[in-house]
Design a protein around this ligand. Structure first.
Ligand code: NDP
Ligand code: F7E
Length: 318
């Protein structure tokens, strides 16, 4: 990459991190600050609703960020996705359309759009390569969110073709870490289980209920690794195709539940509520494209879980 195109050497550049208080956005802010970036443009949801096109336009016109990282979205676990399909498709289409289009119109040099591994077909080949996109039907519990995310990838590609706009997309696997959502029903499995096992331990409960059969396989990545991959891609990648970001390691939900139980120190038994959906049976991503560019993850699931539980104890528990 030419010197004047270097993201890392442009630490005074204005970088808009949309969604900076969320799991992903807050990790990206920590990473950028650790790299010496001093001019971050940050707006809370209350200060700027990204679904409102004219407000987004006004922000870009006034602030003229040079780089944009889009980590604002309507996000949730299997239950939330299944229960609020209209919100998941509409809010995400609105946010990403407004931010990508305004970025192009106001001279942004590069934007990174975040999607998710749920963009891939329910029965995709494993590990899932980037070119499995749109090769067969989606997983029904999150197809509304997935369709919005696929539209985001395609919008980046369309703007690259028509306007030569440097819009790239990263597809992370299931993430966890500080500032996650620990809501009992609407969160993802890992924060949900930390909370449930912790509360059961404190209350002296004999059992903890875990959803589904325990057989689905999931790949987990600590959000600090994801943030590292995001800045790496801002520096190193300007391609048409989206890029998978995974840990390469998968566990069953049963194995995950046993690990969370051990880390939290709950001594009772697990009970499986099979009336709850399993979702997609397996979604291990093929992250060799990113590995070939020179990036690899550093944080093991066990270490990441221990740190996340410490963060939960310090910041969330009553
Ligand atoms: N969590 C995960 O496991 C995974 C996440 N991703 C992707 O990473 C990105 C970030 O996800 P994550 O950090 O987990 O999500 P969070 O829910 O933790 O954070 C989302 C952020 O978006 C903001 N936001 C939501 N709606 C609006 C709006 N209308 N206007 C302005 N801001 C808004 C939220 O603000 P507020 O809190 O104030 O509402 C929040 O800061 C998403 O694109 C998601 O698809 C991809 C794969 C896995
Ligand atoms: C990142 C990805 O996340 C979502 O997909 P998902 O991987 O299915 O997400 P999940 O974390 O909610 O569940 C993983 C597995 O775990 C089981 N499970 C057990 N017990 C609990 C539990 O207590 N809560 C939850 N949420 N799941 C549980 C659950 O039944 C399922 O088998 C997408 O909708 C979409 O948001 C997306 O892109």
């Amino acid at each position: 990459m030419a010197e004047n195109d270097s993201f890392f050497s442009n630490q005074a550049a204005k970088v808009f991190v949309a969604g900076h208080r969320g799991l992903v956005g807050s990790a990206i802010v920590r990473k950028l600050q650790s790299l010496g970036f001093t001019n971050l443009l940050l707006r809370t949801h209350a200060e700027l609703d990204l679904t409102l096109q004219s407000d987004v336009e006004s922000l870009f016109a006034a602030e003229k960020p040079l780089y944009v990282i889009l980590a604002a979205a309507k996000v949730g676990g299997i239950h939330a996705n299944n229960t609020y399909p209209a919100d998941f498709i509409a809010v995400n289409l609105q946010i990403q359309t407004n931010v990508i289009d305004s970025s192009y119109r106001h001279g942004v040099k590069k934007i990174l759009f975040l999607g998710s591994s749920c963009i891939y077909p329910k029965f995709a080949p494993q590990p899932i390569p980037e070119n499995a996109l749109l090769s067969s039907p989606l997983e029904p519990t999150n197809e509304w969110y997935a369709v919005a995310k696929i539209a985001g990838i395609k919008m980046c590609q369309a703007y690259r073709i028509q306007y030569k706009f440097d819009a790239i997309s990263a597809m992370p696997t299931n993430l966890y870490g500080p500032n996650d959502n620990f809501h009992p029903e609407n969160s993802h499995v890992l924060p949900a289980l930390i909370r449930r096992f912790h509360e059961a331990k404190v209350e002296g409960a004999k059992q903890v209920v875990v959803w589904g059969t325990g057989s689905p396989l999931r790949e987990f990545l600590h959000v600090d690794d994801l943030a590292d991959a995001v800045v790496f891609l801002m520096e190193e990648y300007s391609g048409f195709e989206h890029v998978n970001v995974g840990s390469g390691k998968e566990v069953s939900i049963k194995e995950l539940a046993e690990l969370v139980k051990e880390v939290v120190g709950f001594e009772g038994e697990l009970v499986w509520d099979t009336s709850k959906p399993d979702g997609t049976p397996r979604k291990l991503m093929d992250s060799s494209k990113l590995a070939n560019l020179g990036w690899s993850p550093k944080i093991s699931l066990k270490d990441g879980l221990v740190d996340t539980y410490k963060w939960y104890l310090k910041n969330i528990k009553q």
